[in-house]
Ligand binder design. Structure first.
Ligand SMILES: [Zn+2]
Length: 135
């Protein structure tokens, strides 16, 4: 099986592996992730591009060749920005570019710009606690 990934629930960029696709100072933070699983487990660590977070294999359930109860994925920084939710809500979308085959600049979001990404979300999940700054 080749490389694969899911998009972060917050910034919509994929979890990135750390074998040459991240750019230091720009998006290397997208390698550190938090994954909520349907069974209640919470995985934290670097994503390896092949379904492992740290040393742990993500749980994948299949039915009629479709994945069911897929993982709810976050970059660690995005996860903290929405209040570190612990309750599983729904599966993340598969990354069309597999978190690997993308052009330069496609995932150039800096960690400091996460709050702007959050502002663009139309329907935040109920489990999130987003701090609203007074303007
Ligand atoms: Zn993110």
């Amino acid at each position: 099986m080749g490389l694969f990934s899911w998009n972060c629930m917050v910034c919509k960029h994929p979890m990135l592996h750390n074998m040459g696709v991240v750019t230091p100072g720009v998006n290397e933070w997208m390698n550190r992730v938090v994954v909520l699983e349907k069974n209640g487990s919470i995985l934290r660590g670097p994503y390896d591009g092949y379904g492992r977070v740290g040393m742990t294999e993500m749980k994948m359930e299949w039915k009629d060749h479709k994945m069911i109860n897929g993982p709810e994925c976050y970059h660690e920084a995005c996860y903290k920005a929405v209040g570190s939710p612990t309750e599983y809500t729904r599966a993340s979308l598969h990354s069309i570019d597999q978190g690997h085959f993308f052009s330069d600049g496609a995932h150039d979001l800096k960690e400091k710009d996460i709050p702007d990404a959050i502002k663009k979300i139309k329907k935040p999940l109920k489990t999130w606690k987003i701090k609203k700054k007074a303007v």
